[in-house]
Design a protein around this ligand. Structure first.
Ligand SMILES: C[S@@+](CC[C@H](N)C(=O)[O-])C[C@H]1O[C@@H](n2cnc3c(N)ncnc32)[C@H](O)[C@@H]1O
Length: 221
């Protein structure tokens, strides 16, 4: 294949950004160089402050960021939802059941093999789905990154069928390290339960291996 010079330059910068990103995962202090390169890569522009760029960059290593054993345990807990139409909000590069995947990061969506449909969007805005469209909604390691929680809970209630399930999974320890910079709330387990109750859900909650599970059933409006 013959590339024009300008196209080749874009590919070179993108490759360089990815190589630097890999170094960063191994503890190299190359943030200044990454910032500089990110300005020349469309999907990374504004990294790491820009949320979309941040999660796009995380997408390349996402498979290795959550232990396989933990993924298997969550998949078992969510297995009951399989077969219905599930919306996985903040799906990242891995959905635990086959889902309509929703995420702000196009790279995360690209790498997610469990999506039957991929929708790029912002959880801070109205969801572009019709009322009662889903049998279930899942949010795994996501709600701690969302600012307008109450508005989002209303939207989830709206897109769920009567009796539909909303399943939330969160780390009981919160998020530290690199991704911690994107965390915008840290409610207690009890507070999450109360927020879901007041948004019109009947909530069952339990802890397992350091994770919080909230299984919320849509009550009649
Ligand atoms: C910690 S990852 C979790 C990914 C996946 N659920 C998992 O368990 O592997 C958080 C995901 O939420 C997405 N996200 C964060 N804020 C968002 C927002 N406001 N709108 C849409 N997606 C968002 C990120 O792009 C990222 O893919």
């Amino acid at each position: 294949m013959v590339f024009k010079k300008s196209v080749r330059k874009v590919i070179d910068v993108e490759n360089e950004f990815l190589v630097e990103l890999l170094g960063f995962q191994y503890g190299e202090e190359n943030v200044a160089r990454l910032r500089e390169l990110s300005g020349k890569v469309a999907w990374a522009r504004g990294w790491p402050q820009d949320d979309r760029a941040f999660w796009n960059a995380e997408a390349f290593m996402w498979r290795h960021k959550i232990e396989k054993k933990m993924r298997e345990m969550i998949s078992e807990e969510l297995a009951g939802l399989e077969g219905g139409r599930n919306l996985d909000i903040g799906c990242g590069a891995f959905s635990y059941v086959r889902s309509v995947g929703f995420d702000m990061s196009e790279k995360m969506l690209q790498f997610n093999e469990r999506c039957v449909e991929r929708v790029q969007g912002d959880l801070g805005e109205r969801l572009l789905f019709v009322e009662g469209e889903f049998d279930s909604v899942t949010a795994v390691f996501v709600l701690n990154y969302v600012t307008k929680i109450r508005e989002l809970l209303q939207e989830i209630w709206r897109v769920l069928k009567q009796g539909g399930m909303f399943v939330v999974v969160l780390s009981g320890r919160g998020v530290n390290g690199w991704q911690g910079q994107k965390e915008v709330n840290r409610f207690s387990f009890l507070q999450w339960g109360e927020m879901l109750e007041s948004a019109g859900f009947e909530v069952e909650r339990y802890e397992k291996e350091g994770l919080w599970f909230l299984k919320a059933k849509k009550r009649l409006g």
